[in-house]
Write a protein that binds this ligand. Sequence first.
Ligand SMILES: Cc1cc2nc3c(=O)[nH]c(=O)nc-3n(C[C@H](O)[C@H](O)[C@H](O)COP(=O)(O)OP(=O)(O)OC[C@H]3O[C@@H](n4cnc5c(N)ncnc54)[C@H](O)[C@@H]3O)c2cc1C
Length: 409
Amino acid sequence: MIGAGHAGLAISRVLSEHSIDHIVLERGEVANSWRCERWDSLRLLTPNWQSRLPGYSYNGADPDGFMTMPEVVELISRFAAASSAPVRTHTTVTALSCIDGGYRVATDSGEIRCRSVMLASGGANIARVPAVRQAVPQRIECVTAFDYRNPDRLPPGGVLIVGASATGVQLADEIQRSGRPVTLSVGEHVRLPRTYRGRDVLWWMESSGVWSQRYDEIDDLERARRLPSPQLVGAPEHATLDVNVLRAAGVEIVGRLAAIRDGRALFSGGLRNQFALADLKMERLLATFDDWACNNALNVEVGPAERFPPTAVPASPRLSLDLRSGEIRSIIWATGFCPDYRWLDLPVINHKGELRHDGGVVVGAPGVYAIGLPVLRRRKSTFMLGAEDDARDLVGHLARYLAGGVRPA
Ligand SMILES: Cc1cc2nc3c(=O)[nH]c(=O)nc-3n(C[C@H](O)[C@H](O)[C@H](O)COP(=O)(O)OP(=O)(O)OC[C@H]3O[C@@H](n4cnc5c(N)ncnc54)[C@H](O)[C@@H]3O)c2cc1C
């Protein structure tokens, strides 16, 4: 097993239940990503009661609250200890290659041979930054969501945030509140209210079965796997954080960053379409929830159906911004993340640089599995509450593989 985040530890727990001998290699400490790669104010956007792992569920005093990063680290560390997970920390895997009858795992402290490997090294190891980054004038500080910690670490002055998914909207809100003027460049996004009909929107996602939809039932799986994270924040006030809220707070909204030419950032004029599409998708999702509530006789238990005002389009959004004028002093690239598989010495990466897998069963490397990637086996796969179902499916497959009952994918 490579990686001791919640996904690797969930697999480890299920492997132990099956008495399958294994070891978990971790380059840092347990829950390393939550310790080292998140900003200071981040809280989970999933409510505490959704922090479930195999054999563990939240039993604290605030089931509807949202965990801070130290709380997440504590939760995952306690889970590792309770599962007696065989974690070898400070061991970085530097290469994974095929040998007769199995695999050779090279690490910075020696080599391991094994029949099977689980890649639980995370789906968000590297910030995905568009190529236009190269054209940013030198005096502007560029920061990714991995580097950002808090507004005080940014140079004084205006901030351009590129990307309006969970990370972008959260950082726009925090930085605008700190007194720095924020411009938010909005491309494709997923809009969600924090609360719908009196319940948390993620209660609806889970209860209605939307989150449990399997990967092999999804029409356009590739698209589902690329969908940006929803505009949600885990704030104690349970407030919605969308473009309307940010605009009201003074954030300037501009279109998708299309290019940087001669020091000028050029934004797409397609905001109206982006907003219409996000509003439409949100309406459809809410209608799915309404149908489910109706079919399950929940209409009395939950509040009445709600509809939200459409996203307001700014009268004349700026189409360009001179990055040499001094108005913008830093740019935050909130443009998504991707896994880092540069150490994989196996023919399992496609032409887009993505791992080839069928629901986590890696194609082209029998006995190699992956967990924790977007919509791996279900829509909820990257979330903490999604790890158990995926882990049980994959360990079931692995057990059959080790028993010699599975043909290579
Ligand atoms: C900003 C952000 C906010 C999120 N918010 C939520 C949320 O509110 N709720 C929720 O349920 N999910 C959330 N997620 C999604 C998800 O829970 C996290 O991405 C989670 O960290 C994924 O767990 P994981 O175990 O798959 O990967 P990780 O936690 O990233 O664990 C992978 C581990 O592998 C180790 N590793 C990587 N490469 C190597 C190597 N070569 N050798 C050895 N070890 C290696 C890493 O150090 C790391 O510890 C969020 C994700 C991000 C990025």
